[in-house]
Design a protein around this ligand. Sequence first.
Ligand SMILES: Cc1ncc(COP(=O)(O)O)c(C=O)c1O
Length: 384
Amino acid sequence: MLSSQRHLFDMPRDVCFFNAAAWSPLPIGAVEVGREGAARKSRPWEVPVGFDQQQFERARGAAAGLINASVDDIALISSVGYGVCTAAKIFDVPKGSRVLLLDSDHSSPVLEWMTRAADGGFDVATVQVGADYDWTSAILEEINRKDQPPVALASISSVHWSDGGLIDLVEVQSALRACGAGLLVDATHAAGVMSLDVTQLDPDFVIFPTYKWLLGPYGRAFIYVAKRHQGGVPLEQTSYGRKRVSSVADHYFADLDYVESARRFDMGERDFFVSLDVAAYSIELMHSWGIAPVQARMKMLTTRIADGLTERGVNVTLLDECFRAPHLLSLGFPAGMPDGLAETLAEHNVYAAPRLGRLRLSPHVYNDEADCDRLVEVLQAVLR
Ligand SMILES: Cc1ncc(COP(=O)(O)O)c(C=O)c1O
């Protein structure tokens, strides 16, 4: 298990920050990299030729490593929503079929399909979860329904953002395969903290941002596009998405064929180095720790909180350990979440997110046992 990395963050001892699933703090080192990036733009003449390509490939490689992808299958994008739009432009959903979504999943993997459904002549099917929060079984049941049109694609998060429910992607993918359907994974709450191997899973798309679990900035995200979709038309038309559109050549539009590889899907203005360099730095930091040690630390922390709440008889409900993600603990309230709970906690320097009637706790490598114990103590006092 990774030890506490609090010393790498500008985090006062009395702050209990359990909100990485909303937005994580940048490590001190990343802030320095951001400063250097900003300074670089103040003296562009000093930036060496080729620096841009080097940084694109550095970030691309760091992201690829999180899901065991080839760098050629990763594009630099700005947000999960951008990635889902990219996928929706490429992936043909036949008329009369269904796109599977999760009930109350985050808007980014959901709204694009809802928006396209009427014109595209397909339905969206929203998977409802039972009281046990066994998302995987609920998804499998929906895929296998015989009274409904065939499933063309599942566009789903691998960890539910509000209840912290864990989806077994291997089981889901196997059911989708059996009916010839595709899989888009919103790995926002998985990349970097849960293992996901695209060479084994073979999803169609995997998309994740950097500003939460990857300790990075806003505005930087990545999409894995399976080779079978790399002939698709990108969301944006950029010069670097084409084989030869060069501003320094005599003839500008020399070869309009798209470049091979997922690089054709790179977003416009990808050269914003401040965020690119910070993203690369933070992802490399995550790599230096490794997914398993990071996850072990988070599991230790969420288990300590769960045990503490149970031992003290705090009146909250938790998902069963077998159905919840190791790094997220989402509390339910039998009589409803008290008004202003998150604000009251913040008055005690305890930070967590109210999400769809639940209180979502999301620790990261800077949290330690003292944070967990204080959180439990404060929660008990506030909910009494
Ligand atoms: C599951 C999930 N997907 C995506 C996002 C962010 O999406 P975007 O990058 O489009 O803003 C979030 C943010 O909370 C999320 O929880």
